[in-house]
Design a protein around this ligand. Structure first.
Ligand code: AMP
Length: 419
């Protein structure tokens, strides 16, 4: 085969017709579960102002400092959104969604963009589904978010996951912890990575997120944030754990779980799958009580999760889970000759109006080729139309699975297929 002239960008992939069924099936599950939990869908643009993402996600995160697809047009600076929580927070503030009353329980599905090094489970355009509860401080909201996330994996059939949780503290706990971390890392800085030395100055908490080998021995023995939580934050975290236990959702505490985004406060969690290899996080999230204020709103506590759809499919492949139901075409009209073709073109809309999926040949293939096509399309029934059938007003209806056929008028066929 000739080399194609164009191809997708590195780390960006086409979702081809043979694969799209599982995407639609997953999207259906997400919509259905979200509805059960009383969440409403929100759709925000693919592009956002650079400043929103920089402020929302955090200047020092890898996402903002290294992985943004950014460009300018006139005086405006845009980025392709790397995640959707900051955009949802922007939409909440911009459209005064708090005026709708109560908490805003929102969910989204869509493509995100990060200029990461592509590998299995890591793309430059990837897809997330996620949900946010904006306006609730209560630990019950944290647990509702976790439960919604888990219920989607349950529906899919991925159950061998582990839920890791931590509390990353409120600003007061973070301040005390940051000081303790700096005191701990300071004497070892010479032996640590450049990136950790940089983080030491700007955001020492993120040293814990380091994947550099030379940092690991120091991270292993670092102080843990849970020893620095204020009374209030500790009580909140304790209640989250209590509720998880009451709901019989197993979890593991991981005191070094800080996650890659700066906006998290208090609860942080990640859902890990043993079936994913190096990129083992299916999804994650937490509280972001300061984000709404950071993007220009009133102080509004909030909690959410985001999960990767490609990684969910990798786990499905490992577990032999097939989300796709066999697609069937209800009717394929096989025609012989111009008059029959005309009849077919006229009758296709009638079949479709009656709620049936229907198709025919448009490129003048032989009857044999049309029958083969009907088979490839997984047709339940074929209507065969030729000169004799037109003259008699009776058409052959063939049941492809049972390999049976008989002659009927079109009205009789419609009746048979819709009842
Ligand atoms: P994050 O927004 O970084 O918390 O990511 C949440 C989830 O999105 C991760 O657990 C992954 O499942 C997925 N994800 C994040 N980045 C990528 C990527 N570059 N490629 C594929 N999936 C990703």
């Amino acid at each position: 085969m000739a080399q194609p002239t164009f191809s997708t960008h590195v780390g960006m992939v086409d979702i081809l017709p043979d694969e799209v069924g599982k995407w639609q099936a997953l999207e259906r599950i997400i919509h259905e579960e979200a509805k059960k939990f009383n969440f409403e869908e929100i759709r925000t643009p693919i592009m956002e102002q650079t400043e929103l993402i920089a402020r929302g996600v955090g200047q020092l995160t890898d996402i903002v400092s290294k992985e943004m697809f950014a460009f300018e047009r006139g005086d405006d600076q845009y980025v392709l959104r790397p995640e959707c929580t900051a955009p949802v927070a922007r939409a909440f503030v911009e459209h005064h969604l708090e005026q709708r009353g109560g908490t805003q329980n929102l969910y989204y599905i869509g493509p995100m963009f990060r200029a990461e090094k592509p590998q299995k489970g890591r793309q430059r355009q990837f897809h997330q589904f996620g949900a946010e509860i904006i306006g609730a401080d209560d630990p019950a909201a944290d647990v509702d978010i976790i439960t919604l996330m888990m219920s989607i994996y349950d529906r899919v059939g991925i159950s061998n996951t582990s839920l890791k949780i931590n509390s990353v503290g409120d600003p007061a706990s973070r301040k005390a912890y940051t000081k303790a971390l700096k005191d701990y890392f300071r004497p070892h800085l010479d032996e640590m990575s450049d990136i950790s030395r940089e983080r030491f100055e700007k955001n020492p908490l993120r040293i814990l997120d380091s994947k550099e080998e030379e940092d690991q021995p120091f991270i292993e023995n670092a102080p843990v944030i849970t020893d620095f939580l204020t009374e209030e934050t500790e009580a909140h975290y304790a209640r989250v754990k209590e509720l998880l236990k009451e709901l019989e959702i197993p979890f593991e505490e991981d005191p070094y779980l800080v996650r890659g985004l700066d906006y998290y406060t208090r609860t942080a969690f990640e859902l890990i799958s043993p079936d994913l290899g190096a990129q083992d996080a299916l999804g994650g999230g937490g509280r972001y009580d300061l984000l709404i204020e950071e993007v220009g709103g009133q102080h509004t506590p909030a909690v959410g999760f985001a999960a990767g759809m490609e990684r969910l499919f990798i786990a499905c492949d490992e577990l032999d889970i097939n989300l796709v139901e066999e697609e069937m075409l209800d009717v394929y009209i096989v025609t012989l000759g111009d008059e029959a073709r005309k009849w077919g073109i006229n009758h296709l809309p009638k079949l479709r109006k009656a709620g049936l999926s229907a198709s025919m040949d448009y490129i003048g293939r032989s009857i044999k080729a049309q029958m083969k096509d009907a088979d490839r399309e997984n047709a339940r029934h074929v209507i065969i139309v030729g000169g004799n059938e037109l003259a008699e007003g009776k058409f052959t209806l063939r049941n492809m699975k049972a390999s049976e056929e008989d002659s009927y008028s079109f009205d009789e066929i419609l009746n048979k297929l819709t009842n």
